[in-house]
Design a protein around this ligand. Structure first.
Ligand SMILES: *[C@@H]1O[C@H](CO)[C@@H](O)[C@H](O)[C@H]1NC(C)=O
Ligand SMILES: *[C@@H]1O[C@H](CO)[C@@H](O)[C@H](O)[C@H]1NC(C)=O
Ligand SMILES: *[C@@H]1O[C@H](CO)[C@@H](O)[C@H](O)[C@H]1NC(C)=O
Ligand SMILES: *[C@@H]1O[C@H](CO)[C@@H](O)[C@H](O)[C@H]1NC(C)=O
Ligand SMILES: *[C@@H]1O[C@H](CO)[C@@H](O)[C@H](O)[C@H]1NC(C)=O
Length: 374
């Protein structure tokens, strides 16, 4: 009898245990399915939220503005597809064409041809719209200091007036002009400079950001000048309004105002012509809410003067309204990763004429394009 009862109890116990295990499994499975759906929906939801918070300030208007190279017209958009696609590179680093290794800068010309600074391959490549392959346009002859070589280039701009590229050849401490007509024609235009970033005004004036040791400045080189004039920073390293810490990417508008990404200070500052201090136009706080940055990198502007900033360690692009009031996460912000909605330590960003965004996604060794949606 006792045995029987014990057996029965044991069986009941076993039964309950089975049911409990079954329940736990079902719960876990349901939870997993819900999380997967949620993760897949996050980009869509975030995007939808962005749209609703921004609609008031960005009616789609056309006004004209200046890029580093030329006068151009781009519609102002209020949302971008959260899923990008890869224009070049991807699937790890490599040195063959169509592969990139730690790319870090991009420029675009009037025909929509992009130029990518492929840093660790010591070269600049170009990609025509609708083309399926890259062309080598500068460097690519191994790292070195010969005139036909580059060593860790950090920025590139296309100068359409002279049909050439200007390259910040960082480890050779020089700025070189590389002809796009004649692959064997190169010229050192600025020597002995700790170059980090470049911008060119339509009149040919070149701006170079420079930092090493105790220097953190932006220098201006008017056409034909070999020695530059410091036009921003130069008051020691720091975060005061008359100082810079790590000036990197640059932009200059038609009024000779320079915009500087001061990376370690997590800010974009604007220095007007002849100014003795800068004005913060993006940042300057460290963190991950939409008004904070974790190391600013490249940036670009739309017709309204809104600034689109690469927020590198938050793996996203953030927009600051011209009046400094509103911010919006444009693309990315879903943690570092290789998915099409993710970025991994992005470095630079630029618009094409249609308002689509190209992002240099450094640690994914690729250039991602995010189409404008409205
Ligand atoms: C690229 O392809 C698109 C779509 O097929 C077309 O509209 C566009 O004109 C093409 N651009 C060039 C430069 O061929
Ligand atoms: C290209 O440039 C090199 C160096 O300046 C020059 O010797 C050569 O003649 C040029 N080639 C053409 C086709 O212009
Ligand atoms: C600027 O630097 C000072 C001194 O290092 C620091 O106390 C302050 O928090 C910094 N300000 C910002 C906005 O980072
Ligand atoms: C340049 O200055 C003029 C005159 O002050 C002003 O109307 C214009 O908006 C400025 N352009 C930019 C890009 O700030
Ligand atoms: C800056 O200084 C130069 C030389 O003094 C002057 O010609 C120019 O008009 C000044 N620009 C502004 C915006 O004050």
């Amino acid at each position: 009898m006792d045995m029987d009862r014990n057996q029965k109890e044991a069986l009941n116990e076993y039964d309950r245990l089975q049911k409990r295990i079954c329940l736990v499994f079902t719960t876990v499975a349901i939870a997993l399915i819900i999380s997967i759906i949620a993760i897949l929906l996050i980009p869509v939801l975030k995007n939808a939220m962005n749209v609703t918070t921004w609609t008031v300030t960005t009616a789609t208007t056309e006004i004209s503005f200046m890029t580093t190279t030329t006068q151009t017209k781009v519609r102002v958009h209020s949302s971008w597809n959260q899923y990008g696609y890869t224009v070049t590179g991807g699937d790890g680093d490599g040195s063959d064409l169509n592969k990139l290794h730690s790319p870090n800068a991009i420029d675009i010309d009037d025909d929509g041809i992009i130029y990518v600074c492929d840093c660790m391959n010591h070269r600049i490549i170009r990609r025509r719209p609708n083309s399926t392959s890259d062309e080598l346009v500068a460097g690519g002859n191994g790292e070195g200091k010969r005139i036909d070589q580059l060593n860790a280039p950090l920025d590139v701009i296309v100068d359409q007036k002279t049909n050439s590229l200007i390259v910040c050849d960082s480890k050779n401490y020089r700025v070189v002009r590389w002809s796009l007509q004649n692959q064997t024609e190169q010229q050192i235009i600025i020597d002995k400079i700790g170059c980090r970033g470049l911008a060119i005004h339509q009149d040919g004036t070149i701006y170079v950001s420079e930092y090493y040791y105790n220097l953190a400045v932006v220098k201006r080189f008017r056409k034909g000048e070999l020695t530059g004039k410091i036009v921003a920073g130069g008051n020691g390293l720091g975060n005061r309004s008359n100082q810079l810490e790590t000036p990197t990417y640059l932009f200059v508008d038609q009024n000779y105002s320079i915009y500087i990404s001061d990376a370690k200070n997590n800010r974009i500052v604007k220095w007007m012509e002849n100014a003795t201090e800068g004005i913060v136009v993006g940042g300057p706080n460290f963190g991950d809410n939409s008004r904070q940055l974790r190391y600013s990198r490249g940036f670009t502007m739309d017709n309204f003067g809104n600034i689109y900033i690469v927020d590198s360690w938050n793996h996203r692009i953030v927009r600051w309204s011209k009046d400094f009031q509103e911010t919006m996460i444009v693309v990315g912000g879903y943690g570092p990763g290789p998915n099409l909605y993710q970025l991994n330590k992005p470095e630079d960003v630029i618009f094409d004429r249609q308002g689509n965004l190209y992002v240099v996604d450094r640690d994914n060794h690729r250039v991602q394009k995010f189409d404008a949606e409205d």
